[in-house]
Design a protein around this ligand. Structure first.
Ligand SMILES: CC(C)(COP(=O)(O)OP(=O)(O)OC[C@H]1O[C@@H](n2cnc3c(N)ncnc32)[C@H](O)[C@@H]1OP(=O)(O)O)[C@@H](O)C(=O)NCCC(=O)NCCS
Length: 210
């Protein structure tokens, strides 16, 4: 399967929003909000255009990854790190290595760009294969000074996080307004909201602290 990765262009935005919605729909809760998140992220100053990639198969976009600059706050010092997501692969193309290709490519680029680390909330069962480790290993906590099992850290060069510990701040860019989501949804084809098995795992991981 020949997959080409390209930078996302403005003309791709609507389609990528739709792909994001398809990938996330009913995955973490009935419906999803990630298509609105990506739509809003692109307008923020923290959005990293150079790491906004689409995956193409047979001239058709089937996946996407985006990155945003976030922070680790260490007493009064702020250290810039990266976060990625939404990361999406259309359901019919999942489990064929496309997500891994998008992640590996952008990890390499973010290393070249000189960033210190990528910190995400994700499923350890998936992300540990890319070298992500528990945030506890780096003394990096969430806002409540806790270590959620889903908070994962990838150092981008040896000892990049030496002397850096503290609170991981995603900022407001990933927050969703329910009313705005309701309005935004009107621009998409109607889909059924359902309870699914994957939502159970999300709740289980979301409730786990180390
Ligand atoms: C997560 C996602 C991007 C992975 O892309 P993909 O192209 O399907 O992944 P790959 O083919 O590279 O890797 C597949 C492997 O990851 C595993 N995997 C996929 N999603 C997983 C998850 N949420 N948790 C744990 N493992 C997962 C698969 O079981 C498979 O395992 P194997 O290699 O041991 O068989 C894709 O499944 C997707 O779009 N999911 C819905 C949206 C989402 O959850 N995005 C990530 C959260 S930001």
């Amino acid at each position: 399967m020949e997959i080409v990765l390209k930078l996302e262009e403005e003309k791709d935005y609507k389609l990528v929003d739709e792909i994001t919605r398809e990938a996330f729909w009913n995955t973490y809760f009935p419906g999803c909000c990630e298509h609105l998140i990506i739509h809003n992220l692109r307008k923020t100053k923290e959005f990293v255009n150079k790491l906004d990639f689409v995956a193409i198969y047979n001239n058709k976009i089937i996946g996407n990854i985006v990155y945003v600059e976030t922070k680790v706050i260490d007493n009064n010092m702020e250290h810039t790190v990266l976060t990625f997501g939404p990361l999406s692969v259309l359901p019919e193309y999942q489990n064929k290595g496309i997500g891994s290709k998008l992640i590996n490519h952008t990890i390499n680029l973010s290393q070249e760009m000189g960033y210190k680390a990528i910190i995400i909330y994700g499923d350890p069962g998936y992300y540990k294969r890319f070298g992500f480790k528990e945030s506890k290993e780096y003394n990096i906590t969430n806002k409540d000074k806790k270590y959620p099992a889903a908070l994962l850290v990838l150092e981008l060069y040896p000892n990049a996080l030496n002397g850096i510990a503290g609170i991981f701040e995603e900022g407001k860019n990933y927050e969703i307004n329910e009313k705005e989501l309701e309005e935004f949804e009107k621009g998409f084809t109607e889909k059924d909201k359902m309870v699914t098995k994957s939502q159970e795992r999300f709740i289980e991981i979301g409730n786990k602290y180390l």
